[in-house]
Design a binder for this molecule. Structure first.
Ligand code: PLP
Length: 230
């Protein structure tokens, strides 16, 4: 049983890579210009290991604690793996997050930006950060509002000195994603930011058409999310 589940990860990865390449070509973008972030939240370490054995190295997790439980051991075995934080970060977890991740994709409020800047200064470990934009202006969702994005980017970059390299968004579940991707691209363009993290299992081809440099894909690689984590 375990055998079957694990080889499915390698096959799924192959299929997703092929689709990413095709979408990149269809958008007349250079080969290799879209990075695939394999989102392993709720998946056991054994599934991540299968992806690593298939040659994949870039992963995303949405909770600090879950990543802490799974990744130190995997990193020891595969020192070149990279891990992105793609979920909300509590200010009091800034220290752990800076120590554990290679990129924070979800900088979304001044207090967190201050905590991250302070921790990077203290530890000497500067990691690239993305600002999450709430493109759908959804009340319950994290991310800076689009109208506040320019000012927040300026504050993070110029006042706090954070290494802000791009933007991230999660469009509303019930809407056409394209206008949200277009909005994120426009905010990045006018702020001269190079990274656009957008697109998930259901819409990554559209995101690539709109300039995604990073797509975050979970279920298309690992299958349905599990109730528990290993
Ligand atoms: C879970 C998650 C993903 C992956 O979603 P899938 O639909 O499983 O591909 C991408 N981005 C974020 C922020 C997530 O929380």
């Amino acid at each position: 049983m375990e055998e079957v589940i694990e080889s499915a990860v390698a096959a799924n990865l192959d299929a997703v890579r092929t689709r990413v390449e095709a979408a990149t070509r269809a958008a007349s973008r250079p080969p290799g210009s879209v990075a695939l972030v394999a989102v392993s939240k709720t998946q056991p370490a054994s599934a991540v290991r299968e992806a690593l054995l298939a040659g994949h190295r870039l992963f995303g997790e949405n909770r600090v604690q879950e990543a802490q439980a799974k990744y130190p051991e995997l990193r020891a075995a595969f020192p070149d793996l990279k891990l992105h934080l793609i979920g909300p970060l509590q200010t009091n977890k800034a220290r752990e997050a800076v120590a554990l991740f290679d990129m924070i994709e979800t900088v979304d409020r001044p207090r967190l930006a201050i905590a991250l800047a302070r921790e990077m200064e203290r530890s000497g470990r500067r990691l690239p950060c993305l600002i999450e934009v709430n493109t759908g202006e959804e009340a319950q969702k994290s991310g800076v509002m689009p109208t506040a994005a320019d000012a927040f980017i300026g504050e993070c970059r110029d006042v706090l000195g954070l290494p802000i390299e791009g933007l991230m968004c999660v469009p509303p579940i019930d809407q056409e994603p394209a206008p949200h991707f277009a909005l994120l691209r426009e905010i990045a363009r006018r702020n001269a930011l190079g990274i656009l993290s957008m697109g998930m299992s259901a819409d990554f081809e559209t995101a690539i058409r709109f300039g995604a440099t990073h797509v975050r894909i979970g279920t298309a690689i690992f299958g349905p999310r599990r109730a528990t984590t290993a």
